[in-house]
Design a binder for this molecule. Structure first.
Ligand SMILES: [Zn+2]
Length: 251
């Protein structure tokens, strides 16, 4: 691997809800998303799903690439992000909460986060058939660091089984993302046993040279509603984000 690789972390792509709405920052407008993809393309980057990014992460391939991930499986990813991804010929990974397919983000309800639709099985299939990837984000969106090993296993191994039964994807579901970025040794071990090739966290930073175990605790670059193109370029091209990640994990 030559240059550090940024893996972008998005949640919703849609018209942001009114001011004061909890977690409003995680809704990126379709226009901003399009500008960000255009900017990265202009810099010579290709956006890839985790499965397509893997050979770059392991050094088998080299090139100017970045990862695109969407957490939770929102229907607005299909409606608002997919047309943009297709325009640029980019692939991406959407991390799906297996037991909430076709439902809403009920794990956020107590925090007052607006309840919006998650993709149905048919919509997930349309996402995959359009050249995008689905990954697993547990069965019920639990913080794995707070669970016993048996429950971790149920959430991590089970998510793959449920999703593989719902959606036809070449190779099946092979990539994972920890809800709330929560993980511990047991969770990582379950991810390995379940056969996932990569797992992403909310640790800030770009991916530098890796050992195999690092593939199951990958850092990402958060893109929020207020992330400007200039700011995103800084996060992707410089050590800006890596330094912040180091500071966070050091405290
Ligand atoms: Zn999530």
């Amino acid at each position: 691997m030559t240059a550090p690789i940024p893996i972008l972390m998005y949640h919703q792509v849609d018209v942001p809800p009114p001011k004061g709405t909890p977690m409003r920052g995680l809704v990126v407008s379709p226009a901003a998303f399009a500008r960000q993809m255009a900017m990265l393309r202009a810099l010579g980057f290709t956006g890839l799903s985790m499965q397509h990014l893997l050979p770059y992460l392991t050094g088998q391939k080299t090139g100017r690439v970045f990862g695109i991930t969407f957490d939770d499986g929102y229907e607005n990813n299909l409606r608002c992000a997919l047309p943009v991804l297709q325009r640029f010929g980019f692939s991406s990974t959407c991390y799906v909460v297996a037991d909430r397919v076709g439902q809403r983000n009920d794990w956020d309800r107590e925090r007052g986060v607006p309840q919006v639709p998650l993709m149905t099985a048919a919509q997930l299939q349309a996402w995959v058939d359009a050249g995008q990837e689905i990954g697993a984000h547990t069965r019920t969106h639990q913080d794995l660091a707070k669970l016993q090993l048996a429950e971790q296993r149920r959430e991590i191994v089970g998510a793959r089984l449920v999703l593989d039964a719902l959606v036809r994807q070449p190779g099946g579901v092979r990539n994972f993302c920890y809800p709330y970025g929560g993980f511990d040794k047991g969770a990582v071990q379950c991810v390995r046993e379940a056969g996932y090739g990569t797992a992403t966290t909310t640790i800030r930073g770009r991916v530098h040279r890796l050992s195999d175990s690092d593939l199951l605790t990958l850092p990402r670059v958060l893109v929020s509603r207020t992330t400007s193109c200039a700011h995103l370029a800084l996060k992707c091209l410089t050590r800006y984000e890596d330094r912040r990640g180091a500071r966070v994990s050091g405290t």
